[in-house]
Design a protein around this ligand. Structure first.
Ligand code: ATP
Length: 514
C-alpha cells in the first residue's frame, strides 16, 4: 500500500507537470479541495463527457439531455430533503485542531479489521498453495473468526447509530475503539455535530428582499423538476430517460485524495422514468449497462466491482456503487439507485401542482418510479489516470512515464514531428498538420531530439506520433509510432488519416459496450 501511495503522489505531480490538473488559485497558495483542469486535462475531461453523453443520448432513442441551471428555487432543496438531511457528522480533535467525519473514522477502523482478516487469508494462501480452500479457512480459522466477530459487532453498533442519527453514540464508538487523531495521536475529541454540506448564497439586489439560495449539491433535482416539460415537449413515453452533465457543490468536511473528493465537481446523471413495479428490472439492466460502459475503456475488468448497499435510504428500494480500484483501495465512482417515486412525490407535495404522467395506453395517471445513474466526471478522470499511468522500465535500460489512455479519450491523438528544423521538413509537417487538424486533435512539435519528443507525448498519452524525415520528401511516407508498443512503421501520408481515425473513433468505443 505504501508503495501505491508513493506512485499516487507521483501521479499527482505528473498531472501538474503535464497540464492536466492544477491546484486552484495556486499563486495564492491554493483553495482546499478545489482544482483547475489544464490544457490537457480539459481535453481528456471533455472526451469523457462526450463518451458518456453519446452513450446515453445516441445509443438510447428514449434518452434525451437537458442543461438546467445551478441556482434553483430554494424550496426544491427542502422538498428533496437536502436542507434537513444532507448532513455529515463531524468531530474535531482539540489538540491538532483538525476536523474529521465521525463516520469515516469508524469506517477506517472497520477497514483495518478487514485488512487483518485479508492478511491472515493471504498468509494461509501462500502456505497451502494450490490446495487452499479460502471459504473454509474463513469459516474455521480461530484468528479470522475473532476478527470477524469484532467487525460484525462494530459494524452493527455503527449502523444502528447512523440509522438513528445518534451522535453521542458515534462519539462513544470512537472513544471505545481507541481511535486517535492521526496528526496529534490523542483522543481529545469534541462532541459530534451535524454539518450541512450545501453551500448557500443570497440572490436579490436589496438586503431586505434577498433570498437564500443554494449551489446545487447534485444535478438530479434539475431533471426532476423538468421531467414533465421534457416529457410533454418531447412526446416521450415511459420508459424514458433524461441525461445531464453539470457542476455540483458540496462543502465536504474532509477533502482528501486529490480530485477524488472536491468541493466543486462535475456530475453526469441520468434519471430513467419507469412504470411502478418495473423498477427493479430496470435497476438490474442499468447496473449491467453502466458496468459495460466502464469496462469498454479497457482499464481491466478486474478493476471494477459492485458494492451493493445493505442499508438503503428510506425512499430507495435498491442501490449499488460501481467501485474502481484506486491506489488507495476500491472507491465509488458511480452510484446507481432505485429511488422509487420519492423525489417526484415530494415536489408534487411542495409545489402543490400535479406532476403526474398520463399513460395514453392505459388511460391512467401515475407518478413514475426512477432509476438514477450518477457518475462523477472527476472521479472517472482519476480512475482513468490511475489505471493508465505507468513508470515503465525499457529493455534498453531507459525508463519512460507513459499514460496508456484509451486512444479516443487522449487529449492529443497525433503528434506531428519533423526530424529536423530545416531542409523543408517543417513545411511538409505543417502541410500534414493543416490537412489532419480537421479530423482529430494534432500537435506539432519540432523542439529537442526525437527521443525527448516521444517521451513528452508518452507522458500525455498521445497514441500516435508521426515523423517526417528526408525520405518523406521523396516517397511521401512517414514513420508512425505506436505509444504502447513503441513500434514504428513506414506508411504513406494519405493513409495517416484513416489509420488514426479508426483508432480514436468514438463510434468504435461506443460499439465496445454492446
Ligand atoms: P461519497 O460517499 O464518496 O461521498 P456519494 O455517495 O455522496 O459519494 P453521490 O451523491 O451518489 O455520491 O454522487 C454521485 C457521484 O458523484 C459519486 O459516485 C462521485 O463520483 C461523484 N461525487 C460525489 N461527491 C463528490 C465529491 N465531493 N468530489 C468529486 N466527486 C464527487
Amino acid at each position: 500500500m505504501a508503495q501505491q501511495e508513493e506512485v499516487f503522489k507521483r501521479l499527482v505531480s505528473h498531472c501538474k507537470e503535464y497540464g492536466f490538473v492544477f491546484p486552484s488559485s495556486e499563486i495564492y497558495d491554493g483553495l482546499a479541495a478545489v482544482y483547475d483542469y489544464g490544457q490537457n486535462g480539459v481535453e481528456l475531461k471533455n472526451n469523457i463527457k462526450k463518451y458518456w453523453w453519446e452513450s446515453m443520448t445516441l445509443m438510447h432513442e428514449n434518452i434525451v439531455g437537458i442543461d438546467s441551471s445551478i441556482f434553483m428555487h430554494p424550496t426544491i432543496w427542502k422538498a428533496s430533503g437536502h436542507v434537513d438531511a444532507f448532513n455529515d457528522p463531524l468531530i474535531d480533535n482539540r489538540d491538532s485542531k483538525k476536523r474529521y467525519r465521525a463516520d469515516v473514522l469508524i469506517e477506517e477502523q472497520l477497514a483495518k479489521i478487514e485488512d487483518k482478516i485479508n492478511k491472515e487469508v493471504e498468509k494461509a494462501a501462500k502456505r497451502f498453495g494450490e490446495a487452499f480452500d479460502e471459504a473454509k479457512f474463513r469459516e474455521t480459522n480461530p484468528r479470522v473468526l475473532e476478527h470477524q466477530a469484532k467487525w460484525n459487532a462494530l459494524h452493527q453498533r455503527y449502523s444502528d447509530a447512523m440509522n438513528a442519527t445518534n451522535l453521542d453514540e458515534l462519539k462513544q464508538i470512537i472513544l471505545d475503539e481507541g481511535i486517535v487523531c492521526p496528526i496529534s495521536g490523542t483522543h481529545n475529541w469534541t462532541d459530534v455535530r451535524q454539518f450541512n454540506l450545501m453551500f448557500s448564497t443570497e440572490m436579490g439586489s436589496t438586503a431586505d428582499s434577498n433570498m437564500k439560495v443554494y449551489l446545487r449539491p447534485e444535478t438530479a433535482q434539475g431533471i426532476f423538476v423538468n421531467y414533465l416539460n421534457v416529457q410533454k415537449t418531447g412526446r416521450m413515453k415511459i420508459p424514458f430517460g433524461i441525461a445531464q452533465i453539470g457542476k455540483a457543490f458540496r462543502n465536504e468536511i474532509v477533502a482528501r485524495q486529490f480530485i477524488f473528493r472536491m468541493r466543486e465537481f462535475e456530475q453526469m446523471e441520468m434519471q430513467f422514468f419507469v412504470k411502478p413495479g418495473t423498477e427493479l428490472e430496470w435497476f438490474d439492466k442499468w447496473k449491467q449497462t453502466r458496468l459495460k460502459w466502464h469496462k469498454a475503456l479497457g482499464l481491466g475488468d478486474n478493476k471494477y466491482r459492485f458494492h451493493d448497499h445493505e442499508k438503503l435510504a428510506h425512499y430507495a428500494n435498491a442501490a449499488t456503487d460501481i467501485e474502481f480500484e484506486m491506489p488507495f483501495g476500491f472507491k465509488e465512482v458511480e452510484g446507481i439507485h432505485s429511488r422509487t417515486n420519492f423525489d417526484l412525490s415530494q415536489h408534487e407535495k411542495y409545489c402543490g401542482k400535479s406532476i403526474k404522467y398520463f399513460d395514453p395506453e392505459t388511460n391512467e395517471s401515475y407518478t413514475p418510479y426512477v432509476i438514477e445513474t450518477s457518475i462523477g466526471v472527476d472521479r472517472t478522470f482519476l480512475s482513468i489516470l490511475c489505471g493508465t499511468f505507468e513508470e515503465e522500465q525499457l529493455e534498453n535500460g531507459e525508463s519512460r512515464v507513459v499514460l496508456h489512455l484509451p486512444a479516443t479519450l487522449a487529449p492529443v491523438k497525433l503528434a506531428i514531428m519533423p526530424l529536423v528544423k530545416k531542409d523543408g521538413l517543417p513545411e511538409k509537417a505543417r502541410e500534414i498538420m493543416d490537412d489532419l487538424k480537421f479530423s482529430f486533435k494534432c500537435q506539432y512539435d519540432e523542439k529537442d531530439s526525437i527521443g525527448k519528443r516521444y517521451r513528452r507525448q508518452d507522458a500525455i498519452g498521445t497514441p500516435f506520433c508521426c515523423t517526417i524525415d528526408h525520405d518523406t520528401l521523396k516517397d511521401n511516407c512517414v514513420t508512425l509510432r505506436n505509444r504502447d508498443t513503441m513500434q514504428q512503421e513506414r506508411i504513406p501520408i494519405e493513409k495517416l488519416k484513416e489509420i488514426v481515425s479508426k483508432e480514436v473513433s468514438f463510434t468504435e468505443l461506443l460499439r465496445k459496450q454492446i
